[in-house]
Design a protein around this ligand. Structure first.
Ligand code: MG
Length: 382
């Protein structure tokens, strides 16, 4: 082995990545290696950062492994999990390097690995990344100050000559240690300290997630609420079937238009297109296009709902008001809500259908036509 970093063959560095935790802490609804950070699981960050080396993932997870990786079952304690990973490196020689890393630290950098490997090349059997302690440290018992110059905060990955780690585990014989470097120390081997990295911050509590997002420069997913409005009017004519709110209603008059003229579904469709800044119903279904003659209006609504979904929108609410003297909407309200919820693939609780008259005023008051207004609320993740 030479003394420059490039002389070390990366194929002689193996990784044991620990992700065996099953517990959940307050603030997380999954084991922390599964918590999402910048669009991928915390565990995936370490897998991606270390994928250039062969490795063993010590985990029950069925997450896809990089090429050259294998999977080992976690043990009861951290030490057992490391031993489980070591067992899969049986073919490796004692002078190879093994990096033992805790997947709760997603911010592995090549610089830290370079420093660790350089320390091993200088003769240490183990090397660990550490950070200085900036805060004053006192004893719980009496608030007396501990000299922080004597202290350092230990991170992972920790690097070992494979032979030293094997012997350390063989001689530990069930005796627990807080980490593998401590086991190697017990052999009388030197443990080199190298500069750690703030990005190796460990995810323990919910507030650590915000800190990691900032340290790792992760764009936080933002939410945007958009509302759209729709308005439509169609003429009432005698003897036509009446389609309103997606249902057929027995009535003396029906609505006239190019399609089935369901004024309510047209208003909702336009509201959705509005909340998507995606034109209006006339742009998507031109009245000049013969294919929409007599069309069932649920198809327009279905189309708008699909366009919203395709663009990543999540429809939060649809509020409809039908304006006219007759027919009375009340008896049909629940049937309309149900039909709209089917077409829009939304729970009933997100669909509101209301009605009003205009006190006999205007075209609606004169029963010449029906109007409808709708407001759609869409949640966009971006
Ligand atoms: Mg219309």
């Amino acid at each position: 082995m030479g003394d420059s970093l490039v002389s070390f063959d990366p194929a002689r560095i193996a990784v044991i990545l620990l992700a065996g935790g099953r517990g959940t802490r307050a603030g997380f609804d999954a084991p922390k290696q599964h918590v999402m950070l910048g669009g991928k699981a915390v565990l995936q960050w370490s897998l991606d950062a270390l994928a250039a080396y062969p490795g063993v993932l010590v985990s029950d997870d069925d997450i896809a492994l990089p090429a050259g990786w294998s999977r080992a079952a976690p043990g009861a304690e951290r030490q057992d999990s490391v031993a489980s990973g070591l067992a899969l490196l049986a073919e490796w020689s004692d002078d190879a390097v093994v990096l033992v890393h805790d997947s709760a630290r997603p911010g592995v950098t090549p610089d830290v690995i370079d420093r660790l490997v350089a320390a091993l090349e200088s003769g240490a059997a183990a090397a660990i990344p550490v950070l200085v302690v900036a805060d004053t440290i006192v004893r719980n018992a009496d608030a007396s100050v501990v000299d922080r110059a004597e202290l350092a905060r230990v991170q992972t990955p920790q690097a070992f000559r494979l032979g030293a780690l094997r012997r350390a585990h063989a001689e530990a014989a069930g005796e627990a240690a807080s980490d593998d470097a401590q086991l190697v120390r017990r052999l009388g081997e030197g443990v080199a300290l190298v500069a750690g990295d703030a990005r190796l911050h460990k995810l323990t509590f919910a507030e650590d997630l915000a800190m990691l997002e900032s340290l790792l420069g992760v764009e936080k997913e933002t939410m945007r609420i958009a509302t759209g409005m729709g308005y439509d009017v169609h003429r009432l004519v005698a003897g036509k079937p009446l389609w309103l709110g997606g249902i057929r209603i027995d009535h003396s008059h029906g609505l006239s238009g190019h399609s089935d003229a369901d004024v309510a579904l047209h208003a909702i469709t336009d509201a959705l297109l509005g909340a998507a800044a995606d034109g209006d119903i006339g742009c998507h279904f031109p009245p000049s296009d013969p294919q929409w003659k007599g069309a069932e209006s649920w198809r327009f609504l279905d189309y708008a709902v699909q366009r919203v979904a395709d663009r990543g929108g999540d429809i939060q609410h649809l509020d409809l008001i039908i304006i006219g003297e007759a027919p009375k909407v009340g008896p049909h309200r629940e049937a309309m809500r149900l039909r709209i919820s089917e077409i829009a693939r939304l729970p009933l609780s997100r669909i509101s259908v209301k009605a009003t008259t205009t006190e006999g005023l205007g075209f609606a008051g004169r029963r010449e036509g029906l109007a409808a207004q709708a407001v759609a609320t869409i949640l966009w993740k971006e």
